[in-house]
Design a protein around this ligand. Sequence first.
Ligand code: BES
Ligand code: MN
Ligand code: ZN
Length: 501
Amino acid sequence: MQTRENELKFSIKTEAADKLRSDCVIVGVFEHRKLSAAGQTLDKASSEHLSRILRSGDMNGQTGSTLLLHAVPGLAASRVLLVGLGKEEEFSEKRYRDAIATSISAISNSGIEQAALTLLEIKVADRNAQWNSTQAAIVISDSLYQFDRMKSKPAKAARLKQVSFCVSKHLESEVRTGLKHGEAIAHGMTFAKDLGNLPSNVCTPDYLAGQARQLARKFGFKCKVMDRAACEKLGMGSFLSVGKGSDKPPAFIELRHDGGKRGDKPVVLVGKAITFDAGGISLKPAADMDEMNYDMSGGGSVLGTFRAIGELGLKLNVIGLVPACENMPDASANKPGDIVKAMSGMTIEILNTDAEGRLILCDALTYAERFKPAAVVDIATLTGACVIALGHHPSALYANDDKLARSLEKAADNSWDRVWRMPLWDEYHEQLKSNLADVANIGGRAGGSITAACFLAKFTESYPWAHLDIAGTAYRGGREKKGSTGRPVPLLTQFLLDRQA
Ligand code: BES
Ligand code: MN
Ligand code: ZN
């Protein structure tokens, strides 16, 4: 199993801040020079050592600022990290998350192995200690993530191995629940990130199937992997057409977690897993094509969410479907103008072989009907147009059911894995008309993310359905910070946690 959950350990401590035995106690400072409650405790115990330092002007509490202090007298901890929180009246969810990330990156490459975080006690408007705790675990794990499996020598790992959440006794149980959720989400994100970051010569459809089987073994899920012949029997002509140009055989992965009551309708998660998207015969330009190993991120997020589901033992029935294949140019590949027949019976004119995500998802969405689902959510790096429309902050949310859309919006806000709802109006469906087949696979340049979603909507009329276009949020491109984000594992896990409650 490719998770490294043993690397970072969280715990909860309820001693007063000055009594915390630790390599470093992390304390917030508001602008201008106002110590948080834990900071004031440390200040008293150290005979106002901290106030004196603040008065010296080295740190006045601005966001993003930190100051590491050694040998502060009167404390059990050997160091104190002051972290700026900005103006108290402007403190927000974002500032809380940023302050934690800043603290962790300030100490992750020092000699500090164990840190005590007092920021959880700081009040974030409309949030409780459970939320603070879940977010802290997610942000810390995210800040410490490194991917070095493809380096011949592993990168120097962060020394930081243990973080304690310091809170007063009466918050302990809330914080414990929050930490449990946060750790499960963090492990799921790490799992999804690793899959995303692996290059396409390693992370093939077969490899994904193997990872799903291992997850199933570890957590007791049922797992079925259908090969080309099995998919052919089901009539998945659209899915199978995409993998034809590749020498890597396709795999249709099905995971099942029967945590709910027998007979309770399941939630079905469907994730696009194109392990490399060269575009096919409608070949992509060379620039940034290296990023197209991330085109399996939807499928990766389904597997990552199952990682979290397993750890949490969710009392829900959940099914994960991951159609996996590679989109390559070859003599047997789809050609522009080819017409294929989907599992639903609909015929599709493939005007652009690079619009392949919808071709694999439509058959998975038809296959989902057999589970009589309570809801289906598909997740896909579906369109470049989505990145143009919304940038890299929210995923695009589409839904044929307002209640489902609202619950996803709520889970997105709570988990800080945000979405923005987009329309599926009839007017857009016009763009997908074909005079030769039932539907075309592209709708022109205008509203490209929307017409892609409209294409999927034609296959999801029999159940409540939502679609997340994660092309802008699943990974960061470029040379410096290239890498998977593990999104939308937080959103999906929170959505399932909320349904269980
Ligand atoms: N995987 C891509 C979408 C994508 C592009 C994700 C950039 C992340 C970054 C998808 O299969 C694709 O190629 N879509 C085409 C659709 C077009 C041909 C209608 C696109 O967005 O250009
Ligand atoms: Mn494509
Ligand atoms: Zn693609």
